[in-house]
Write a protein of this length. Structure first.
Length: 249
């Protein structure tokens, strides 16, 4: 069982729902304080109210594709005494499901902007503060699509592949410090992101999973909990599969 996270503080992007919210529940149960970053102010308020009584929860509404907004949120967290021990980067969008030859240029740019450029901005802002303290644990949430490439999801697959590469680079850059930077590649989970894609695409993803079901968010957060703990003192720049047997490497 993962040891206590008492005294640790975590930033969780996309924290108002889905994997981010479930991660907040898990880390709070282990004793960490959490700050939820999300683009949706109403969902953030609802999440904070729902988590009330489970621990120390603060929120910040921001667009992670805006460099000034990301830096301002980090500065505000510092001012509030947040120690930047942990980052779980969960924010992302799926984009439309369609062949690449038909993919609208604006939608391609939007998916890459949120899922990859946003990840860069968040990781950069947080890791700077971790480097200053010579301690940190980062988990970026990619997707099995980043390893295999899903048909009719070229922008999403490319962005998640890029996130895997970003994580590997950052893990090597910080490897001489007590900072671990890893990425997980889950199969699809039943979260609100599935509302953004067609039933045909959902059926395709389910058919590819040997387990015959979608991954549970609780299964994902169990993996995250160890990766963000002090026990994970050696592994960095690694890709952790949680695809129900789908991944071939």
């Amino acid at each position: 069982m993962t040891k206590s996270l008492n005294g640790r503080a975590a930033i969780i992007t996309g924290g108002a729902q889905g994997i981010g919210y479930a991660t907040a529940e898990r880390l709070l149960a282990l004793g960490a304080a959490v700050t939820l970053w999300d683009v949706n102010p109403a969902a953030l308020q609802e999440a904070q109210a729902s988590l009330a009584g489970q621990g120390d929860v603060t929120i910040a509404a921001l667009d992670i594709t805006n460099p000034a907004a990301v830096e301002a949120a980090a500065v505000a967290a510092e001012a509030a005494g947040h120690s930047f021990d942990i980052l779980v980067h969960s924010a992302g969008i799926s984009g439309p499901a369609m062949p690449m030859v038909d993919y609208p240029v604006a939608e391609w740019a939007k998916v890459l902007n949120v899922n990859l450029f946003g990840a860069f901005l968040v990781n950069q802002a947080v890791v700077r503060r971790m480097i200053a303290r010579s301690y940190g644990r980062i988990v970026n949430i990619a997707s099995i699509a980043g390893k295999e490439g899903n048909p009719n999801a070229s922008a999403y697959s490319a962005a998640k592949a890029g996130l895997i590469g970003l994580t590997k680079s950052l893990g090597k850059e910080t490897a001489t410090l007590d900072i671990a930077v890893n990425v997980i590649t889950p199969a699809a989970a039943k979260t609100k992101i599935l509302e953004q894609v067609s039933q045909q695409h959902i059926d395709y993803m389910l058919a590819k999973i040997p387990r015959g079901r979608f991954v549970l968010v609780e299964e994902i957060t169990a993996m995250i909990a160890w990766l963000v703990s002090a026990e994970n003192s050696f592994t960095t720049g690694a890709v952790f599969d949680i695809s129900g047997g789908r991944a071939t490497y």
